[in-house]
Design a protein around this ligand. Structure first.
Ligand SMILES: [Ca+2]
Length: 368
């Protein structure tokens, strides 16, 4: 067993190494999750032909594996999305909001995490970069802080030799790349100043209960296992990573863990036609709750916006108590169909309430 060190600036990187699903110990993959902060759907140049921000290395990584164009973070914000990724559970079952600069751990007692699960299977784990799930700061407080190494002492634009890629880790390594939410609201100024659409063709930014707030880049590279060059339009969520990796490493999840996580492995291996997920709840904070069901989006408030859109965007207001969009006709969520399709709105409202009240939605728990 080897510890996989890795570093990517501006991201959290969760690296684990050890052994995998139905395979001999030697064949079990190292697992690396590269988790960008606030990188929007259109900040991944492979899926934005007009991007002004090239991402050639991420593009190449995605070409070597499977890319998902309808993949979602749990929230439009940092902390809750990270919680959901690491637990396979909707964050709002635990709490809302983000951890402040000196905030404590954002965890429910006894909650199984991805890291703990993998450690039980013999993996060694590490998180490098942004965590944003709180710490017990009192344990390390030092009033005499002075000397720190300056980041300017290093040229971070160069690759660091002697690292994992130089020591054989790329050969049997599963890499997942995604982002914790849509782009920050400076994205509107980037449109005006540079013609770059960080949200791509979607409506909304970070925080918003709209596709642009939480439909994010997502790619999985696993050479020799996942076919390269695959592009999937199927709906998935980052909460599905937990059950998928559990399946890969042969871990039987208890009923009290990963309550909203779908196992994507059969789909990734080409053994299932779909990932099996057709519904996903959208939630950041405040009034609006949203739900995706197939191509439909329902929001139980007059708008999914948690911040104002500039007038010059020319988007229509939605003068109703709720919002209903049909993405196959209207990916940009401009047309509110709530009055035209009241039965569909009621169906999705009931579905949303049911998932919220039930406490879980993972298929393995629904079959009980
Ligand atoms: Ca973020």
């Amino acid at each position: 067993m080897k510890l996989l060190p890795a570093l990517l600036l501006g991201t959290a990187l969760i690296g684990v190494s050890g052994f995998a699903y139905g395979l001999g110990h030697e064949d079990r993959p190292n697992i690396v999750i590269i988790y960008s902060d606030d990188q929007g759907y259109g900040d991944f140049s492979l899926q934005n032909p007009d991007s002004k921000i090239p991402t050639p290395h991420l593009d190449e990584l995605a070409r070597q594996g499977a890319r998902f164009t309808d993949a979602h973070s749990s929230s439009g914000m940092c902390t809750p999305s990270r919680y959901a990724l690491l637990t396979g559970r909707y964050h709002w079952r635990q709490g809302e909001g983000i951890v402040g600069s000196w905030g404590g751990p954002w965890w429910d007692e006894g909650r199984l995490t991805l890291g703990q699960m993998l450690q039980e299977k013999g993996y060694r784990t590490a998180c490098i970069g942004k965590w944003h799930l709180g710490w017990d700061w009192s344990a390390i407080r030092n009033e005499q802080v002075a000397d720190r190494n300056s980041p300017e002492a290093w040229d971070w634009s160069k690759p660091v030799p002697g690292g994992p890629l130089d020591h054989g880790f790329a050969e049997n390594t599963l890499v997942i790349f995604s982002s914790d939410n849509g782009p920050e609201n400076i994205a509107y100024e980037r449109i005006r100043n540079h013609g770059h659409y960080s949200m791509g063709p979607l409506r909304g930014l970070k925080r918003d209960v709209r596709e642009g707030g939480r439909r994010v880049p997502f790619a999985i590279r696993w050479p020799g296992v996942i076919e390269s060059g695959t592009v999937s339009e199927s709906l998935i969520g980052q909460i599905d990573i937990m059950a998928t990796i559990a399946s890969i490493v042969g871990y039987k999840l208890p009923d009290t863990a990963a309550e909203d996580s779908y196992d994507l492995l059969p789909y990734l291996l080409g053994e299932a036609e779909t990932p099996g997920r057709d519904t996903l709840v959208h939630r950041t904070w405040g009034e609006p709750w949203g739900i995706r069901h197939r191509d439909w989006v329902y929001i139980n408030a007059s708008t999914g916006a948690l911040q104002n859109e500039p007038d010059w965007l020319g988007h229509e207001a939605t003068p109703h108590d709720a919002v209903l969009n049909r993405l196959d006709d209207d990916l940009g969520q401009q047309q509110n169909l709530v009055e035209a399709r009241p039965n569909k709105a009621a169906e999705l409202e009931a579905m949303l309430e049911e998932i919220r009240a039930r406490g879980y939605s993972a298929p393995r728990l629904m079959n009980d």
